[in-house]
Design a protein around this ligand. Structure first.
Ligand code: ISE
Length: 336
């Protein structure tokens, strides 16, 4: 039988995942939509035939309506949903971040370690992007020598009203805090933030773009241009500098046009299209893992905790000059 998934949160990401599970994921269906906003729940339900609507996950669990949970609420609302899902021993795909800070992430880890195996996969979907996977294979192969540096640009055309200065780190650079250590096979040990000239087109409340400099345990230096007011589109590209060569991913691709004295290739306008295939692969791999009883096939809650530690250093670095250290923690055998 198909896996009955409860999608918690029917905002942009939740609605996108509901469509994805209904239209493109095999072996699962959206059996419940947990969304207090009735209007949003109704709109999302149009893409989930037969889905039941609940105001809370606890009600969906009590109704014995679900086999697995996909948490797509904003980060600050993850912990209150993770707890009942863990208590009900349900497998969980939790959109990034795991939680907003390391202390609350650690609480979730302690709850989860009372179960027989990891139940949480965290939604760092870039690990499922084909180009990021190719880049990781190149680095691991040594074919171009050792990795020395990573140059990353993470550009949003604009951000919503709810986007705050700290979210530059906790909602956006959070992706680089996960994917770059995964690419390099080495953890973040420090984070520094430098402020170039401010973009006058940025919302008054934001001081950006920012330049984030990470040092990894193996000495690799990473710089990330985090820029949320570029206007032209959505661009995430990454360049790896190795001993004998350079590799670059995330370049515009697809149809090339020559017209009226111009050369044109379309750029993305949103992460939902730039990483559409990665989101599909992530959710399909998670559904397959849950159905075979492995529950997790990707970043687990300890990876989410490591990212939370990096985010805390990054948030400190927004207001304190210099490199902010990231605490070193051992990976419990439970999360091997
Ligand atoms: C958003 O929440 C995402 O996860 C996107 O991948 C990122 O590019 C964007 O900056 C975030 O706000």
């Amino acid at each position: 039988a198909e896996l009955r998934v409860a999608v918690v949160g029917a905002g942009m990401m939740g609605a996108d995942h509901i469509r994805r599970i209904t239209d493109r994921i095999s072996g699962a269906r959206v059996a419940a939509i947990v969304e207090p906003d009735a209007g949003r729940a109704a709109a999302a339900a149009e893409h989930a035939p037969g889905a039941l609507a609940f105001a809370s996950l606890e009600e969906a669990i009590a109704a014995e309506a679900v086999d697995a949970v996909l948490i797509a609420t904003p980060g600050q609302f993850h912990a209150p949903v993770l707890r009942p899902a863990l208590e009900a021993r349900l497998p969980i795909l939790c959109e990034k971040p795991l939680t907003q800070d390391s202390a609350s992430s650690l609480e979730i880890l302690e709850l989860e370690q009372q179960l027989d195996r990891p139940h949480i996969q965290v939604g760092f979907m870039r690990r499922f992007d084909a180009e990021y996977q190719q880049l990781r294979e190149l680095i691991a192969s040594g074919d171009s020598g050792e990795l020395l540096m990573v140059r990353a640009v993470h550009r949003n055309p604009s951000v919503p009203e709810s986007y705050t200065q700290q979210m530059l780190i906790t909602d956006s650079v959070v992706h680089e805090f996960d994917v770059v250590p995964w690419l390099a096979g080495s953890r973040v040990v420090s984070v520094e933030v430098k402020f170039p000239r401010r973009n006058a087109l940025a919302p008054e409340r934001l001081r950006e773009p920012i330049l984030v400099i990470m040092e990894l345990e193996n000495g690799v230096l990473v710089d990330v241009e985090m820029n949320v007011s570029v206007q032209f589109g959505y661009q995430v590209s990454t360049e790896a500098v190795l001993e004998r060569g350079v590799a670059r991913i995330g370049q515009p691709s697809g149809m090339q046009r020559w017209e009226a004295g111009q050369f044109i290739v379309k750029e993305h306008e949103s992460f939902t299209t730039r990483f559409a295939a990665a989101y599909d692969a992530q959710i399909q791999r998670w559904v397959d893992a849950v159905r075979r009883g492995d529950f997790v096939d990707g970043p687990n809650a300890f990876d989410g905790y490591l990212v939370a530690l990096s985010c805390e250093a990054g948030v400190r670095a927004l207001t304190e000059p210099g490199a902010q250290r990231v605490a070193a923690v051992d990976r419990p055998a439970f999360y091997a």
